[in-house]
Structure formats: C-alpha cells, structure tokens
Design a protein around this ligand. Structure first.
Ligand SMILES: NC(=O)c1ccc[n+]([C@@H]2O[C@H](COP(=O)([O-])OP(=O)(O)OC[C@H]3O[C@@H](n4cnc5c(N)ncnc54)[C@H](OP(=O)(O)O)[C@@H]3O)[C@@H](O)[C@H]2O)c1
Length: 348
C-alpha cells in the first residue's frame, strides 16, 4: 500500500509529541509536515519542542523545520490536529474546506451533529456521518474527532456493559495525570503535594460525550444513548495515565463474574481488521486487588489498551470498578491515529 501523507498541527505540544513518536515507521502513514504556532514556525523542531517523552526525540525530527498552520503550505492528505480548542475552531474547518481530512483531538467540533466522535472499537458506523457532513458543509475534506481523554477511557469500559446488560446510571470520579493539562497547563507549585478537585469543563465533557459515543447511527444522525451519568474530575500528581472509579447500575443484574467476562471477551472492528494501532485485547482485566495503577498499567497494549480491575459489588450501585488508560496515547494521539487507520482502511 502506498503510504498516505500526514501532517501534525500542534506538533510541539504534549499530544503533538506523542503523534511524532507514534507515527515513526507507521505502515500506513508518512509524516510529511509538522506545524505549530508562530512562536515555533520556521524553527528546527529540535529547538522548538521541549521534548518530554522518555523515548527521546526521533533523530530524523531534530532538523525538520516547523511550518506555519496554513492549508496553503501543508503537504499532506490527512492532518492530525493537536491544537488548543479555540485555535482549532477556525483552523480545522479551513483545512477541511481545503480538502484535508482532519483527525482532531480538540473539543471544538466534538458536539456538532454531523461530526463523528469516533472510537473505532465502539462506534465505527458513526463514520457514516461524513457523508452528511460533506453534504451539509460543502467540504471536500472532513473533520473526525476523538473524545476527551477521560471519556475515551470511561466509554471503552462501558461499551461491553452497555451491550451485554444495558446501563441505567453511573457515577465516575477521575484522577487525571498532569500531561492531560498540556505542557504549561498546571504549575509545579500548584500540584506538588496536592490534588486539585477541579478541571475546567471536564465534567461536562465526560457527561455529554458519553451519550454521543455510545449512541446509535440511524438515518444519517446519532441518537444519543440514554442513561444518567455524573462525573467528578480531579488533577493529581502523576505524569501520564488517567485512573477512574466507576459506580454503575445496570438494567440487567449480572454477577461480578459475568461483568468480568464481558470485559475479557470485548473486541471491536479495529481488532478484526488488524489495524496497526489496535490493541489486542482492548481491555486488560487485572485480578490483583491493587491494580490498575498509572505507573504500572498505562503502557498496556503499547498505551492503547485500557486496564480494568477491582470489579466488585457495591452497597449503593450494582457494581463498581477501577479503569485506567494512557491519556496522551489512548486518550489522544493514538486515538486519532486509530481513527485515521480505520478511515484509510474503509477508503473513505
Ligand atoms: N494532553 C492530553 O492528554 C490531551 C488529551 C486529549 C485531548 N487533548 C487536546 O489536544 C489538544 C492539544 O493538547 P496538548 O496537551 O498537546 O497542548 P499543549 O501541550 O499546550 O500544545 C499545544 C500545541 O498547539 C500549538 N499552539 C498553541 N497556540 C497556538 C496558536 N495560537 N496557533 C497555532 N498553534 C498553537 C502549540 O505550539 P507552540 O509550541 O508553538 O506554542 C503546541 O504545538 C488540546 O485541544 C487538548 O484539549 C489533550
């Protein structure tokens, strides 16, 4: 297969760096351009990016020159967007209008009725919205979004329960890593020896996105899934990996063993198609009483699998469990790449 040309917008940031690292040697995609703000444009990538990944900056990237974020100068078919939402609001439609397929991490277009909020294991059929989007907006290109990092981890764990037992209501509380706030998101003095029980807009995103992600695609539109959800989000002093405690009431009343079986046997279209970034299995079930933990479990499935553990009965809800996922891989760059792999494989 001839490789598809891809570019990363916001290539110097936390998510942008993950894209650079995950696209190295990718079998479908060739990274032909990188772009960031005017602070970075024109500089060597090695000078513009404060590299934070332990794997080190790929040698081939050091001397690449950072482009401006302008459809006229970007050489690619698919652009991965790791831009702040307010910037993405104008930039992403400009690229879609110019014929690029935008695979976006930003929240700017996630709620739009004709924009897929895609998790290929959960709702690959939502890609059918692209036809509606092109018709509505007259674009040659398209915008496909992936959900917020906390929503991705949560909904991947909800999908087998939703399909097997139905969901009535749930409560989730998150312990979210520092990298989720972006490179200069939370100052050291605010977070050392501390937990911050507030992440602006996060609880609203988790609550609304979950309904769209688990919704059905019918007659050119998404019908939201119906269940009650309440989220409480916290920033904690870990580098990568969001841990979430979930308390859930199911429509049917399965045993703990049946819930564990549903997690263990879960798989989706990316696994069937053997997409390069698809984790096998997508859900790792831990049996230890003190797992999952961010430091030990965030790299499960090369950072693309979520880990579930501590499945047990609850005295108020039916079941409770813990779930963990890597926020900049499964929750961001890896999610977008998996979306683009599905898009490419389905020849959309
Ligand atoms: N971090 C996560 O875990 C995570 C997870 C899911 C989704 N997201 C979303 O992904 C996006 C990127 O997040 P991040 O954590 O990577 O943020 P970040 O570390 O702050 O990086 C932001 C990137 O955008 C560029 N940028 C900033 N202002 C710009 C402007 N005015 N014009 C053009 N480029 C601009 C920056 O370039 P310069 O270096 O040149 O300033 C940098 O490359 C956000 O929308 C975020 O909500 C993040």
């Amino acid at each position: 297969m001839k490789k598809i040309k891809v570019a990363v917008l916001g290539a110097t940031g936390m998510v942008g760096q993950r894209f650079i690292s995950l696209l190295e040697g990718h079998p479908f995609f060739e990274l032909t351009d990188i772009a960031a703000s005017e602070r970075s444009a024109g500089k060597r990538y090695g000078d513009a990016a404060s590299w934070y990944l332990e794997s080190g900056m790929p040698e081939s990237m050091q001397d690449r020159v950072v482009s401006e974020i302008d459809p006229k100068v970007i050489d690619a078919d698919i652009v991965f967007s790791a831009l702040p939402s307010d910037v993405a609001m104008d930039v992403e439609p400009a690229f879609a209008r110019a014929g690029f397929t935008v695979a976006s991490n930003a929240s700017a277009y996630r709620d739009e009725a004709d924009v897929p909020l895609l998790i290929p294991e959960i709702n690959p059929e939502h890609l059918g919205l692209l036809e509606v989007q092109r018709r509505n907006r007259g674009w040659d290109g398209a915008i496909i979004t992936n959900p917020n990092c906390t929503s991705i981890v949560l909904t991947l764990s909800l999908k087998p329960l939703y399909d097997s037992f139905g969901i009535d209501r749930l409560f989730v509380t998150s312990m979210q890593a520092l990298s989720g706030a972006g490179y200069s998101g939370v100052s050291a003095m605010s977070i050392i020896d501390n937990v911050i029980p507030y992440i602006g807009g996060e609880e609203e995103k988790v609550e609304s996105e979950s309904h769209k992600i688990l919704g059905s695609f019918d007659d050119g539109a998404i019908k939201d899934a119906e269940f009650k959800i309440s989220a409480s989000c916290n920033r904690v002093f870990t580098s990568d990996g969001h841990l979430e405690s979930v308390f859930i009431d199911l429509s049917e009343k399965p045993s703990v063993d049946e819930v564990e079986d549903a997690f263990k046997s879960f798989g989706g279209l990316p696994q069937k198609l053997g997409l390069p970034t698809a984790p096998k299995p997508p859900i790792v079930l831990r049996s230890e009483s003190d797992r999952p933990q961010p430091r030990f479990d965030r790299m499960a499935g090369a950072g693309m699998a979520i880990s579930v553990g501590r499945v047990r009965k609850d005295s108020i809800f039916d079941i409770k469990y813990s779930v963990l996922g890597h926020n900049t891989i499964r929750g961001a760059a890896g999610a977008s790449i998996l979306n683009a792999e599905l898009f490419a494989r389905e020849k959309l």
